[in-house]
Design a binder for this molecule. Sequence first.
Ligand SMILES: Nc1ncnc2c1ncn2[C@@H]1O[C@H](COP(=O)(O)OP(=O)(O)OP(=O)(O)O)[C@@H](O)[C@H]1O
Ligand SMILES: [Mg+2]
Length: 280
Amino acid sequence: MIAADTRIGAGTTAAAPPAGAPFLSIRGLTKRYGGHVANDSINLDVYPNEVLALVGDNGAGKSTFIKMISGVHRPTSGRIRIDGKDVEMHSPNDARDAGIETLHQNLSLVDVFTVQENIFMGRELQRKIGGLVPSLDHAEMRRRTEDLFEELGLPKPDMNRTVRALSGGQRQAVGIARLLLDSNVRLLIMDEPMAALGVEESRLVLELIQRLKAKGFAVLIISHNLDHVFQVADRIAILKTGRMVGAVERDEVEHDALVHTIVGGRLPDHLAHRRAENLT
Ligand SMILES: Nc1ncnc2c1ncn2[C@@H]1O[C@H](COP(=O)(O)OP(=O)(O)OP(=O)(O)O)[C@@H](O)[C@H]1O
Ligand SMILES: [Mg+2]
């Protein structure tokens, strides 16, 4: 019998990827804009219960990749598999149905609405006064909003304040809670969630990402801040001029080696087994 910790590669330089089957498998994903290849035959797996950081220089193709797996742009070619099955996504709604939600940089919040108005925007709950006249059920929306923050372990903002009055970190929390209200999310994609935040605010969002992971979500985060990446990510995938270089475990790469890989577009020799082309 083979003990779990003697599986091929465990504890060696050939360490296995996270246990279990990937939630999302990307193979040969390519996006051309006219003659320009923004993503060139990308291979990547995303596992449940992991925080995967996607890094790369400006113009490396990170946003293009995210747009394809969130249903915003159609790939030119390649395959997207969820739970081992090929899927085609024609819109963000298709991605949502497949369990993928994306938190865009602008958060899509309405500044002059309160927290709960933002959470329920477009799907307001109603009740019938006297059994006849429909009106908004503010009490129920408030209760559900508080429950949602509680359940997700998110810091609870003052529900009556407009989101304009909230800090950047709190706004992120509202943006996330909004995506996770009665949905079947399994992968949450976040594009530069700490970009405009101060040190303390960033810490809050990094903690929040860890909490989402503990709740069983997979999180794919784009960040230019490698300190944040090292703090929060289990694995790090590196893009270079439209090509996926590979995905390494956080603990097997030092800061300098990561910078080197981002710039040079090649993993160090001892991590050659992590190259994207080795994914079958
Ligand atoms: N709609 C588009 N039409 C034409 N070219 C595009 C389009 N979107 C992106 N590109 C090009 O594709 C390449 C990858 O762009 P992308 O926005 O994916 O990079 P990125 O890694 O997200 O960069 P950044 O870190 O600056 O956000 C760039 O050369 C960009 O100019
Ligand atoms: Mg981008």
